[in-house]
Design a protein around this ligand. Structure first.
Ligand SMILES: [Zn+2]
Length: 156
């Protein structure tokens, strides 16, 4: 994937509330017409198409975006390395009971490790080198087409 165009858009939260089982938000999205510097980082002022507010956005240059994507891909190897670390005690266990305990722990952690790899690779794919300079609770950066979200509330 090229690094010329931002992946995400400027989002203005247009609504939020509670419903059965969680909370929801809706967003209006606006493309970010910035020119990415070849190197370094510049701050561009975006004008929100919803409310007209000026929102400062740091734009990382093409080389920096490639480095950030590489960093996320490297981070994705950490859960794999952790899985290998879990296998070593199984092989070196003093008793079959210990080996079973380490194996059960490893299998139990497998979904968590796989989810960690998934998240890091997704961040690598979606990294566009954009960051809002200051959060205001209303504006954010979201993928194109991502006009709503829902957060489930866990029952205690
Ligand atoms: Zn706005």
């Amino acid at each position: 994937m090229g690094v010329d165009s931002p992946v995400r858009q400027l989002a203005h939260r247009t609504g939020s509330g509670e419903s059965t089982g969680g909370s929801w938000s809706t967003y209006a999205l606006y493309p970010i017409p910035v020119t990415r510097p070849e190197a370094g980082r510049v701050v561009e002022v975006l004008v929100c198409g919803e409310c007209g507010a000026e929102v400062a956005c740091a734009v990382t240059g093409a080389a920096g975006v490639r480095r950030l994507r590489l960093w996320w891909r490297g981070l994705a190897t950490v859960p794999g390395a952790f899985a290998v670390v879990l296998v070593v005690p199984v092989a070196g266990a003093q008793s079959s009971g210990q080996a079973v305990a380490f194996a059960v722990l490893g299998v139990a952690l497998l979904p968590v490790l796989a989810f960690g790899v998934h998240l890091a690779l997704r961040r690598a794919r979606d990294e566009d080198g954009l960051r809002l300079v200051r959060g205001d609770g209303i504006h954010s950066l979201r993928p194109a087409g991502s006009t709503s979200d829902f957060s489930a509330t866990l029952e205690a």
